[in-house]
Design a protein around this ligand. Structure first.
Ligand code: ADP
Length: 702
């Protein structure tokens, strides 16, 4: 079996090294006890030898003396004479020489003859018959007997003539016994001699080993060789291993404590963080990341990395959701776009076909043409929105601040929008009265501000069938901003859609929004414009109750210019047309045809140039030209280059740009280049005449 996880691997390592060390300690322990036993038994053996020898040595003088006395002829004679005087005077005096307590003589038949004794042994005949029988043939014997006074050591010998020193040739004449009481004195002396403590004991207690003593014993046997008691010698046993073993115990204890600490710490420092890491990786648990961060060292760093990673993951998920939402929106946008373009195109194609191929009265024709016109304008507004959005996306749009009379602007807007409200709708459309109106002209981007207001008010009207639609503004002096509010009592927007309603291409999918159409760009463009001007836009809305869109822009007064209140719907008066020559630089035949047809309504002389170069040449060769309508995008030479060249030849000539581009930036570029003005395609008749009239009027004045 292979262990794959780190923590069990480390545990295995700790356990295997522990087992190894425990084995070593056990071996050391075993070896120590073995050595201890060996040393003990060696010491005991030597002690026993020593005791044996010393005990033997102790009785040696007696044996020597007894040998002498028992080969003494006079002693032989004594057994014949039984002369007690001689015995007492001669042998009896040797009590001290023998250092004995009893000197007894027995005849050859083992009968007691005489004895000389110390006070310690009172009895006369103490030697058992058996003892004499045992060595009747002669020689020396040693044995012990038990007397009431204590244990007595007896050494006996047969008595022979001096010519039989080995006591083998002749029969014994008698027997001589030397006895001494093994009393306390004897024991003490022997103790000193053997450097040990001596007691009479029947057995050796091996348990005494533990008490650091070694023991030796000498059996004291009677004449029949039967042990009657034993002398037990004990001596301090200095070589012992208690400390070594105690140290070993301490080492083992320390080792076990160390093992437990190791296990605990490994758990704390390794298992716990690893487990946290696993939890983080499996579940992304934030609490686990926090705990991991709180551990000092590498794991804290890993915790930080996990946190970063988790944040990035969240960001990625958000981005993914956003991207998916974007994809979804784009898909629905394309479907909408297709629908929005096809609907007017269908009307244009259908009614054009009817106009061409059917017989119609004048009223019908007019009706159809109005439809075609409206459809065309719708298409243009869709394209305008798309271009605007893409410019916002690529940061091409910058706010263009000018001075603005806000009151007039609001009134104008109100009037302009009011007349567009379909008669079918039962809407009470009004301005919200301002409590705190602006004191001066303000500085803002007029075009964008108007655009936002138009978008929001048009939406309010679009999504309200009956009820109220109102808009207005309030000055917030304290926060230095102007807050606009657009209120309606229409369809409303449900809570879920509030968050995303300002996203591009976002529409609330409902029957009404399908019916009224739209690409879902209006609010996105409005939001972008408001933010561009330094404000914010918000929404409060309830389904079926209505909506309130609020947006703010920074309040900045233009103190110099006083408010000039213009009358609502003030328009320049169109003066009568003047004859003149107009050069139309236009590469597209259909567009030129449209120009031609429009111009037929007036009395102007029209000349055409199909590119910029031709326009320059015509201007050069034809001084009667009063006005140039210059297309910007043309082959060979574009409108800007042609303008430059014409201005070089005829600086006073009025040149008006006609362009399909429509933004503020384009306008700025056109004026910067030196054009007198511009008209956007598709060309609106009224606007064209307004500009031309303006030019000729000014010309005539000068
Ligand atoms: P569109 O040009 O398609 O109308 P907008 O961005 O202006 O796009 O509006 C997006 C969506 O917001 C609309 O389709 C509509 O569902 C919802 N909406 C906007 N204004 C209102 C309003 N005043 N009342 C109800 N719904 C609205």
């Amino acid at each position: 079996m292979t262990i794959k996880k780190t923590y069990p691997k480390i545990l295995l390592l700790i356990f295997s090294s522990s087992v190894f060390f425990i084995f070593l300690y056990t071996a050391l322990f075993y070896y120590t006890t073995q050595v201890e036993q060996q040393v003990y038994s060696d010491s005991k053996y030597h002690f026993q030898n020593e005791v044996n020898k010393l005990f033997d040595l102790d009785s040696k003088p007696i044996r020597v003396a007894i040998n002498n006395d028992t080969n003494w002829d006079e002693f032989v004679d004594f057994f014949k004479t039984k002369d007690s005087v001689w015995y007492t005077g001669t042998i009896g005096n040797e009590l001290e020489i023998y250092n004995a307590d009893y000197l007894g003589a027995y005849d050859k038949d083992g009968n007691f003859v005489i004895r000389a004794s110390s006070k310690k042994i009172k009895a006369k005949d103490i030697i058992p018959k058996q003892a004499i029988t045992n060595f009747k043939r002669g020689g020396l014997s040693k044995f012990f007997i038990q007397l009431p006074q204590g244990i007595v050591e007896v050494i006996g010998a047969s008595v022979h003539h001096s010519d039989d020193p080995l006591k083998v040739r002749t029969k014994p004449y008698g027997y001589f016994f030397v006895a001494r009481l093994l009393d306390t004195n004897f024991i003490n002396e022997l103790g000193l001699l053997t450097n040990s403590e001596i007691v009479f004991s029947q057995e050796v207690k091996e348990t005494e080993i533990g008490k650091h003593k070694i023991f030796a014993s000498i059996d004291l046997a009677d004449c029949q060789g039967k042990t009657i008691t034993r002398l037990l010698f004990s001596r301090k046993f200095d070589v012992y291993f208690d400390h070594t073993i105690n140290i070993l115990y301490v080492i083992i204890l320390a080792f076990i404590i160390n093992l437990v600490i190791n296990l605990m710490m490994t758990r704390k420092w390794l298992y716990f963080p690893l487990e946290l890491m696993t939890r983080v990786l499996e579940t992304g648990n934030k609490k686990a990341i926090k705990e991991l961060k709180s551990i000092s060292g590498e794991f804290s760093h890993i915790g930080n990395l996990f946190e970063e990673n988790s944040n990035q993951k969240i960001e990625l998920i958000k981005a993914k959701i956003k991207a998916e939402e974007g994809d979804r929106l784009k898909a629905s946008f394309l479907a909408n776009l297709s629908h929005e373009i096809r609907t007017p195109m269908n009307a244009i194609n259908g009614f054009t076909d009817l106009l061409i191929n059917t017989k119609l009265d004048e009223n019908e024709k007019l009706e159809y043409l109005k439809v075609i016109d409206k459809s065309g304008r719708n298409l243009v507004s869709i394209i305008d929105d798309l271009i605007e959005m893409s410019k916002i996306d690529s940061n091409q749009i910058k706010p263009n601040y000018t001075t603005l009379d806000l009151e007039s602007c609001i009134s104008e807007l109100f009037e302009t929008i009011r007349i567009t409200i379909p008669k079918t709708k039962n809407i009470d459309f009004k301005l919200i009265e301002t409590k705190n109106p602006v004191a001066y002209n303000i500085i803002t981007d007029e075009v964008k501000l108007k655009q936002v207001l138009v978008n929001l008010v048009n939406n309010a009207i679009k999504f309200t069938e009956e009820g109220h639609v109102a808009f207005g503004y309030e000055v917030d002096d304290e926060n230095e901003k102007i807050v606009f509010k657009i209120k309606d009592t229409g369809l409303g927007i449900d809570e879920d859609n509030h968050k995303h309603i300002f996203d591009r291409f976002k529409r609330v999918e409902s029957d009404v929004s399908i019916k009224v159409g739209g690409l879902g760009l209006g609010l996105a463009i409005s939001k972008a414009y408001v933010e561009m001007m330094g404000g914010t836009i918000t929404l409060e809305s309830k389904v079926e109750k209505g909506s309130v869109f609020s947006f703010s822009i920074p309040l900045q007064y233009d103190m110099v210019q006083k408010i000039i209140v213009q009358p609502i719907n003030s328009k320049r008066t169109i003066k009568g047309e003047e004859d003149g020559t107009i050069l139309i630089a236009e590469d597209d035949n259909l567009n030129f045809l449209l120009f031609q047809k429009i111009m037929q309504l007036k009395n102007y002389n029209i000349i055409r140039a199909v590119n910029g170069l031709e326009a320059v040449e015509i201007c050069h060769n034809n001084p009667s030209i009063d006005l140039v309508l210059m297309d910007i995008k043309m082959p060979i030479m574009n409108g800007f280059e042609a303008l430059e060249k014409i201005k070089a030849i005829r600086p006073e000539l009025i040149i008006i740009a006609q362009t399909a581009y429509s933004s503020n930036e384009d306008e700025e570029k056109i004026y910067k280049a030196g054009f007198y003005g511009y008209i956007t395609k598709p060309i609106k008749r009224e606007r064209l005449f307004e500009i031309i009239d303006d030019v000729f009027q000014n010309k005539n004045k000068s």
